[in-house]
Design a protein around this ligand. Sequence first.
Ligand SMILES: [Zn+2]
Length: 250
Amino acid sequence: MMKNIQVRPRKGRRPFSYTDKPSPRCRRVVLSDRAYLSVLAEVLSWGSQETGGILFGQVRRGTWYVVEASDPGYPGKTVHTPCYHEMDPEYYNHLYPVLSRLYRHDLFVLGFWHRHPGSLDKFSGVDDRSNAVFARDIGPGCVSILVNMDPTERLTCYFLDRQDGLYHKTPVEIGDSAFAGTTFLALNTPADLHRKQPQLQQELRQFNRGEIKNGQVFAGSPVAAPCAGERDGQDGGAAPLAGKAVAPRA
Ligand SMILES: [Zn+2]
């Protein structure tokens, strides 16, 4: 139904408007303890340099559950500056099935997170394009989380909704307790893995062919955007990927 709706940034002006009202398709976002710690550890590791990663999890009844949050990849294949960074698609394409196969329920790509300079908690033009690509490929939209250190960590969560083309500010809850009533954090048992062996082998074959999970693919290269010329406190952008992500059930 929403396949025909285009989320395409318009040239020459802010492509997406912001609203403080959460979307009915994403009323709240929940981060597991592990996902939150992954984000914080990565942010602290890079100091004032930007960094980021991919969000994996589940969607149910308007809540987007972030089970895992990745880092951006091997230093040297990623870019980190005070106002811009790039992730390594090969890295997180590999990491995706490796993380997903631990869980009883396969993980979906929900969006991405990245650090921002100063107190800037809105998106740059490059961010807009990255968000649009994620929203298109995920389906209903994408979760995009900004992390500021002003001076302690502060998370700002938006949901880019493809239906109305707005950035919806979305409440975030942190902690495994917010997963109560779900089995989204349940790990596979050894017996589960034996039963899923054909799936594991298929995913490995797909990865070796450049495909990920059920024929879905992460591909493409980051969009370059120079840091030079950006004013203090401005963000040059996060350029995580272009390509297709596995669609969550929303
Ligand atoms: Zn940014």
